[in-house]
Design a protein around this ligand. Structure first.
Ligand SMILES: [Zn+2]
Length: 246
């Protein structure tokens, strides 16, 4: 299978930087419910099930990899990987690989520095607590950082899908910002809710994608949720015993 694009200024053909396989659910604290169904994120068409035949198109990444939800989850994973003062190019490449990017992933330090600036801009979307606020941020990013909407199939190697970067060879940071704005915009459109959130655990900077109308999600992971639940329990027990000792 070849999902190849071409990196700007790099003679080597590489990944399209659009694709991303459907990850395992990244929200263990909230079961997927009926609210997660419907909308344009559902893979459609032949090969969507990933096991309906032997062709490359049915290998599970022809359609599902290109879903809006897969792209949004990849955005959250990249924003998290790009946190910190000096994100490691190898670590960022590993996240891209885990989300279906093809080799070679020849990220340079400069690429990662630029991607980090894009990730910081995207964090503002995740920080928005209401759909209106998220829309204001997304509108600003769309106005200032993305090009016009266009369709590409990367020369017939992928399904037709929309892009907001200026062309298929856009640099990594432009690609990250444009593909993320696209996915987050469609999620907001579909749910009329902020497309994501930031972990409520103090000291954790992770962001996550929220879907549908379930209970509000507060933590990036089961680990953070458990840690905070235990801490709250200890606090209330300490308060009770302080009361009792008076
Ligand atoms: Zn967390």
């Amino acid at each position: 299978m070849s999902f190849q694009g071409r990196y700007r200024g790099n003679p080597k053909p590489i990944n399209t930087r659009y694709i991303g396989r459907v990850p395992s659910p990244d929200d263990p604290t909230r079961p997927a419910g009926p609210g997660a169904s419907g909308g344009p994120r559902r893979p459609a068409g032949p090969g969507a099930s990933g096991d309906s035949g032997g062709s490359a198109r049915s290998a599970g990444d022809w359609s599902t990899r290109h879903s809006v939800l897969a792209t949004a989850r990849r955005t959250a994973a990249l924003v998290n990987a790009l946190a910190g003062d000096r994100p490691d190019p190898a670590g960022v490449a590993a996240v891209l690989r885990a989300h279906g990017e093809a080799e070679p992933l020849d990220l340079t330090g400069d690429d990662v520095t630029a991607m980090r600036a894009a990730a910081d801009l995207l964090r503002e979307v995740f920080a928005a607590e209401h759909a209106d606020a998220a829309a204001v941020v997304l509108n600003r990013l769309l106005r200032e950082h993305t090009g016009p909407l266009r369709l590409t199939s990367h020369g017939g190697t992928t399904p037709w899908h929309p892009h907001l970067d200026h062309d298929d060879n856009a640099p990594w940071d432009e690609w990250l910002l444009a593909s993320s704005c696209m996915a987050l915009t469609v999620l907001l459109w579909d749910d009329q809710l902020p497309p994501g959130g930031s972990c409520a655990s103090p000291g954790c900077r992770n962001v996550f994608i929220t879907r549908g109308s379930g209970p509000e999600r507060r933590y990036c992971s089961r680990r953070c949720a458990t840690r905070e639940r235990v801490a709250a329990h200890r606090r209330s027990r300490a308060a009770r015993s302080a009361d009792g000792s008076r």
